[in-house]
Design a protein around this ligand. Structure first.
Ligand SMILES: C[S@@+](CC[C@H](N)C(=O)[O-])C[C@H]1O[C@@H](n2cnc3c(N)ncnc32)[C@H](O)[C@@H]1O
Length: 234
């Protein structure tokens, strides 16, 4: 089992109930909307998960491409957005084969922790080619090296308290504790980056990165970076 299999569950244990899942995706969609540079923008969300509020993002841009590697999650996204005039759902392989300079904004939120360093570098190089000159890559929910697990637990409890699912969040944490999450964390591992390490990685990939004032989503300890592609393209 790897992280893609873990997220391919019909009902991932990461979301403590349907309300948590929907508030989570609505919060992310509202944050992503704010980063869309213009209503004519073409946007790609890489590793979008269940993306139950993607229509909010699509309403603020010309086209939204949702990329999801987990096949069952992708199938359910395809059904959810079938016939949506602006949303397209594709696999990771299809994303890598898209024409160069197709997008004004590429977002990858809460995925980098599941990628090894080489895999992240490979994806950054793909994103560079997919972005238009001067386009933006947003790397969200980067997990810092210290106190990540207690900070994530506390952030979930606070998010639950603010949105009417505190007790579900508390019991959900226990379920995560006995799920495959901890086993995978030991066997496959999670990647952590300090602010300086993330900035350096993005610079090495040819971007001009800055840390955003706030992370996308509910976890304030994690970091979001907005990285601009060069104006002249590659
Ligand atoms: C925590 S979910 C994030 C979903 C959504 N972006 C969000 O912020 O809620 C992690 C996502 O990473 C994807 N993922 C994990 N490992 C991956 C890999 N090696 N390549 C591509 N996607 C991967 C999973 O399929 C899942 O959709």
């Amino acid at each position: 089992m790897d992280w893609i299999d873990f997220y391919d569950f019909k009902h991932s244990v990461i979301y403590v109930n349907a309300r948590h899942r929907d508030v989570h995706y609505r919060t992310i969609a509202e944050d992503i909307r704010k980063l869309i540079p213009s209503p004519s923008a073409h946007v790609l969300d890489y590793g979008c998960g269940e993306a139950t509020s993607a229509d909010l993002v699509a309403a603020a841009c010309a086209q939204l491409v949702l990329v999801e590697a987990a096949p069952n999650v992708r199938a359910s996204l395809t059904m959810r957005y079938a016939g949506h005039p602006k949303i397209v759902v594709i696999s990771a392989e299809q994303a890598a084969a898209l024409p160069k300079a197709s997008f004004d904004l590429i977002v990858m939120h809460s995925v980098a922790q599941y990628l090894g360093e080489a895999e992240l570098d490979r994806l950054l190089a793909i994103f560079r080619t997919l972005l238009k000159p001067g386009g933006f890559f947003v790397l969200g929910d980067v997990v810092p090296p210290r106190f990540a697990a207690p900070a994530a637990a506390l952030a979930l409890l606070r998010f639950g308290a603010a949105n009417g699912f505190f007790w579900a969040a508390a019991s959900g944490l226990l379920r995560i504790f006995v799920s495959d999450y901890l086993r995978l964390r030991k066997t496959v591992g999670l990647s952590h980056y300090s602010e300086a390490a993330a900035i350096e990685k993005l610079k090495n990939a040819g971007f001009r990165p800055e840390r955003a004032a706030h992370n996308i989503g509910h976890n304030r300890q994690r970091m979001t970076f907005v990285a601009r592609a060069p104006d002249s393209g590659i």
